[in-house]
Design a protein around this ligand. Structure first.
Ligand code: HEM
Length: 149
């Protein structure tokens, strides 16, 4: 079942993104990519804005992973309703987080927006963590067959 490794990968990439975001904040490089969605050299990285470039690239990867996890969680026949709900909340949160990231740039790191960005990141992490825990509790088809035989 792909949902188990997929939800684990999503959780691990999101965890690293929160670290990178913290570093962007603490090192004061948040406006080195002053535009959105791309940095000054488009898709090409540059030494002057490499940390923010990594934050955005990992955010884009995280967004795709969260959406993919939601698709598989919602389609899962064995998965509980709770897992479908938490994964849908995670999908909403990741879209909101990317929009909020853009607002943080447009409003030049407004303190309220940066704080909301951190808070929504924590909501997102919690929902991805609970989805992952639900996914790991789903018995594999092999285990179900062994019990039935
Ligand atoms: C899944 C998506 C994202 C997550 C989970 C995430 C998470 C975080 C976290 C945890 C921080 C540190 C906040 C703090 O320490 O107060 C941060 C900072 C930041 N994020 Fe994101 N982020 C995401 C997407 C984005 C996007 C798409 C952008 C911009 C296009 C963005 C722009 C920023 C900026 C500029 C900062 C630094 C703010 C400052 O220097 O005060 N983030 N992010």
């Amino acid at each position: 079942m792909i949902l188990k490794p997929l939800s684990f990968t999503t959780l691990a990439v999101l965890f690293s993104l929160i670290f990178i975001g913290g570093y962007v904040n603490a090192s004061g490089v948040g406006l080195t990519c002053p535009d959105w969605p791309l940095c000054p050299q488009g898709l090409a990285p540059g030494a002057d804005f490499i940390i923010e470039y990594i934050h955005r690239s990992v955010a884009a990867t995280t967004g795709m992973l969260v959406i993919a996890t939601t698709v598989f969680a919602v389609k899962s026949k064995e998965g509980p309703t709770g897992m479908k709900i938490t994964s849908l909340i995670a999908a909403g949160a990741v879209i909101g987080q990317i929009v909020l990231g853009a607002m943080v740039i447009f409003e030049r790191l407004h303190a309220v927006l940066v704080t909301a960005h951190l808070g929504l990141g924590l909501v997102l992490f919690s929902m991805v963590l609970v989805t992952f825990l639900y996914a790991y509790r789903i018995p594999s088809r092999k285990a179900i067959r062994a019990v039935q035989d």
